[in-house]
Ligand binder design. Structure first.
Ligand code: ADP
Ligand code: NI
Length: 212
């Protein structure tokens, strides 16, 4: 996976994979999930990001390759399907885990998604966002555009992240990730990271206008 993810410039490199591994296995312990399944999924979940070049490849399309990588690494055969499930659904934002959920997802998939999203908020989340933007030449902020159109309109028009620069990405996505946490243990970490993120955005705006 280190070799595969070396090709990444979208914030899904091997350091991201290791952080998701650490967070995911910790959440797995707290939630009674299988840490081997979560760990295997953490390391392989973003393979789709480096397949297909500019084209978006869905995680489902990488499941055979994920199996191969895990087999080569001597990963327990009987746990591979559970890992593949985590990888397949990790981008489903309509993810609805829990006792009242109709979608019968696994606790391992719920934990992996939380760990992945946690790495997009907090200090590392800030760094990843600006690294992502820098790699594409996107501006930090374009307040003159940000204010023109509200978030719901941007969502409908598919303009999310396209207008307003990197700070719009905070407003459109990152500041909302804490509303969508699947597990109790994940929520605790998310709230703390969210508070930091909210403070960062607040300070950024004030400093931008030299008010602070
Ligand atoms: P995920 O892996 O959760 O699907 P993304 O691919 O959307 O997340 O994003 C990967 C990383 O790149 C995250 O840290 C995210 O904040 C950042 N990112 C994605 N889109 C943008 C953007 N338009 N501007 C700045 N950062 C972005
Ligand atoms: Ni990821």
């Amino acid at each position: 996976m280190a070799t595969e993810l070396d090709a990444d410039s979208s914030g899904h490199g091997v350091h991201h994979a290791w952080r998701v591994f650490e967070l995911g296995t910790r959440l797995a312990d707290a939630e009674g999930a299988d840490p081997a399944v979560v760990g295997g999924a953490a390391l392989t979940h973003d393979l789709h990001r480096v397949r297909g070049g500019e084209e978006y490849v869905h995680p489902e399309e990488t499941l055979d390759a994920v199996r191969e990588i895990l087999e080569d690494a001597g990963f327990p055969e009987e746990k591979i399907p559970a890992v593949q499930h985590c990888v397949a659904v990790h981008e489903d934002y309509g993810f609805d885990y829990g006792p009242d959920s109709d979608a019968a997802e696994t606790v391992e998939a719920a934990v992996l998604q939380d760990a992945d999203n946690l790495d997009a908020i907090g200090a590392v989340g800030v760094a990843r966002a600006f690294t992502f933007a820098g790699a594409r030449g996107n501006p930090a902020w374009m307040p003159e555009r940000d204010g023109d159109v509200d978030r719901d309109t941007r969502l409908v028009d598919g303009l999310v992240d396209a207008e307003g620069g990197t700070l719009s990405h905070f407003e459109d996505k990152l500041l909302h990730l804490c509303e969508d946490v699947n597990t109790e243990a994940g929520r605790e970490l998310a709230e703390e990271r969210h508070a930091f993120l909210a403070e960062f955005v607040e300070r950024f705006r004030r400093e931008w206008f030299a008010e602070a």
